[in-house]
Ligand binder design. Sequence first.
Ligand SMILES: Cc1cc2nc3c(=O)[nH]c(=O)nc-3n(C[C@H](O)[C@H](O)[C@H](O)COP(=O)(O)O)c2cc1C
Length: 226
Amino acid sequence: MTTAGQPRGAHSSQPTSDLYDVINRRRDVRSEFTGEEIPPEVLRRVLGAAHSAPSVGLSQPWDFVLVRDEATRRSFREHVLAERSVFAAELSGERAETFSKIKVEGIVESSIGITVTYDPERGSPDVLGRHAIADAGLYSVCLAIQNLWLSATAEGLGVGWVSFYREDFLRRLLDIPSGVRPVAWLCLGTVKELAQEPDLERHGWRSRLQLDDVVHDGKYRHDFTR
Ligand SMILES: Cc1cc2nc3c(=O)[nH]c(=O)nc-3n(C[C@H](O)[C@H](O)[C@H](O)COP(=O)(O)O)c2cc1C
């Protein structure tokens, strides 16, 4: 219901400001985790939000592997830090210096790890809408992740997406079948706060673009900054 008591629906002229608020408050979290346990009903709601995402051909090609075990998390963290070094070795000068201050994960400090996977076989061979764009399955998994991220924000939790890993390593670590892709390791947890600006912006790695930089009217403009 809106403040005026009108139901919000497809035809309502009232914006759902609470949704926009959640969208604007959402942050990628690395340093702010406090590591307390998430109440089971809250975790269930967050996973339920992820599982409510749209998916190509209603294939729902995602799975969520909940990782609580500390040894498993430590092992993954070691791998991620090694991959961080691989990336760091590709940088030089100011980029290397700036990156050296950036934390890229909160695997052990978060309350729980959630690996989100993509199974291209789910619902196949006749996945409605995927015959021309194979990646549509992967897009569906990313929508589930975004639902999870926003729901967690609404619950006062933080999420950090970790992609500094080799898929084979994570497959082996979590016993994921060979045809299934681990799309993300999400650090989910209680937080002391959500930062106002992205970490990468705060550290001077990169700034957010203006909306008008990325809106093209009619045809793709080729004169904008990347
Ligand atoms: C596909 C994807 C992979 C990401 N991988 C990492 C990562 O490995 N480590 C990290 O610290 N942040 C990672 N991020 C978070 C981004 O750096 C972050 O979303 C971006 O800087 C904007 O900040 P914000 O999410 O707080 O708005 C990832 C985000 C996405 C969408």
